[in-house]
Design a protein around this ligand. Structure first.
Ligand SMILES: [Zn+2]
Length: 116
């Protein structure tokens, strides 16, 4: 299950950056998730609650910020943002070229953490 794996990797990264001798508890994790990702906020939080039991991150709140989808035109190198529903009809805003590369919008990463 994709979301479960992603959530597990987020938890592992968070725990790695919170050494048990310095951190008592992870209170919140700020995540950036690409607009193109299928990850649903409520599911990530639910998986996280389940996976983080008996760890420093138990009860941590996930604060999720979506990153816009960014493309770069293969022809004129113009970079631009699109909405998720525009992905099927990609066209460079500058030159009209349809071959563009995805440069952001699919990734997820931890922006920062609140610990005590
Ligand atoms: Zn272009």
């Amino acid at each position: 299950m994709h979301e479960l794996q992603v959530t597990e990797s987020i938890l592992n990264i968070a725990l790695k950056h919170a050494p048990a001798d310095k951190v008592k508890k992870i209170v919140a994790i700020h995540l950036n998730i690409g607009e193109l990702s299928d990850l649903e906020n409520e599911w990530i939080q639910q998986y996280f609650d389940y996976l983080s039991k008996n760890t420093l991150a138990e009860g941590a709140k996930l604060v999720i910020e979506r990153i816009p989808i960014r493309l770069k035109c293969d022809s004129c190198q113009n970079e631009f943002e699109i909405k998720r529903d525009e992905i099927k009809n990609i066209k460079c805003r500058q030159c009209g070229n349809k071959k563009c590369s995805l440069i952001a919008g699919r990734d997820y990463f931890i922006k920062n953490m609140e610990v005590i």
